[in-house]
Write a protein of this length. Structure first.
Length: 351
């Protein structure tokens, strides 16, 4: 039975306090973390998962409508985020889109030099069904502050109301708009990256493929955090970590069923870029995967195939982490350390 949620601020304080305990104390309270493939789950994330289990939390897709799942996702994001990192400016904008005006949010970190800076076009995760500008506000603030770049977060259309390819169209439109408006945004047009987590990583990769195929300006770099890259095959990690590590196999099945509800071809490279006939020409790529994640194997296989096609690829598996760690920097020291590494890679790639 799922217990009623506490107020977000109280829930955040409890989770942060438990996850902030020394590792030995977390092991004493919650037992030894699970192991797999020579990996051991980080004690703070094991404590987080045990707290969720004790609260009776069930998978996001478990008997819920998309609206119910969105509400639960927003509540969880508030509890994980904590106080927002300060920015010099945060501005809501709207850009012309193929189906409607696309809401975006511009983040400008403090203490930027007066010269034009890099710009990151960020696509939030959430299985193309949940997530919005607010659920990933903390991720965008973290990247803006730690990369020293402006960030544009894109509120693309969600399924099932807007199935594939609506999200891809919005995301590509937003990237093209950013390239045209870079100077007005205070950004360097030659240093625009695309980035995203989970389904957002899938969308960032799709944008890079479309930009290359179209022959126009391409991203200077792409950052893919535990991305979805294959909606066709069943890779071993989807079964190995099917339950118990936040994202479940049933969640992925539910997300894909909603996103592809119009009978879309699952081999379309805008969905399954792992199936693309040619990956050459993609921008320099940084891929971060998590050891205890159903999407681990397909993200790593995409890195291997892109590298074999001549793409400059850096792949880092964080063996002790779970899916969604980008949203956990305010509660987990392990996730925070991983995201500092991600920010460092982006900073170097966009210098």
């Amino acid at each position: 039975m799922e217990l009623p949620r506490l107020p977000p601020r109280l829930e955040h304080l409890i989770v942060r306090s438990v996850c902030g305990l020394p590792g030995w104390a977390q092991r004493r309270l919650f037992g030894p973390p699970p192991t797999a493939d020579g990996q051991e789950l980080a004690p703070d994330l094991h404590a987080l998962l045990r707290l969720a289990a004790l609260a009776g939390e069930t998978p996001l897709s478990d008997g819920r409508t998309p609206e119910e799942a969105r509400a639960l996702n927003r509540a969880g994001a508030k509890a994980a985020a904590g106080p927002p990192q300060p920015m010099a400016a945060v501005e809501g904008l709207e850009i012309p889109g193929p189906g409607r005006a696309i809401p975006v949010r511009l983040y400008v970190p403090p203490n930027l030099p007066p010269s034009a800076q890099p710009l990151i076009v960020y696509y939030h995760g959430g299985g193309w069904v949940v997530g919005d500008l607010d659920t990933h506000d903390g991720v965008c603030r973290f990247l803006a502050s730690n990369v020293g770049a402006r960030v544009i977060s894109v509120d693309y259309r969600l399924a099932p109301e807007h199935p594939f390819p609506a999200a891809v169209e919005d995301c590509f439109t937003a990237f093209h708009w950013a390239t045209q408006q870079a100077t007005q945004l205070g950004a360097d047009p030659s240093r625009i990256a695309v980035a995203g987590d989970s389904a957002g990583g899938n969308l960032a990769a799709a944008v890079s493929l479309l930009a290359h195929a179209g022959g126009g300006q391409q991203p200077a770099m792409q950052l893919l955090l535990y991305p979805v890259t294959d909606a066709v095959g069943s890779h071993p990690s989807r079964d190995q970590f099917a339950d118990g590590f936040l994202l479940t196999k049933s969640d992925m099945d539910w997300f894909e069923a909603h996103y592809l509800s119009n009978g879309a071809d699952r081999e379309d490279p805008r969905i399954s870029m792992l199936r693309a006939a040619n990956l050459s020409g993609l921008p320099p790529t940084y891929i971060a995967t998590a050891g205890f994640d159903p999407l681990r194997d397909e993200g790593e296989l995409f890195a291997e195939r892109a590298r074999a096609a001549g793409v400059d690829v850096a792949l880092h598996r964080h063996p002790e982490l779970i899916h969604g760690f980008a949203n956990m920097t305010a509660i987990s020291r392990t996730a925070r350390s991983a995201m500092h590494e991600v920010a460092g890679a982006l900073r170097m790639g966009l210098t």
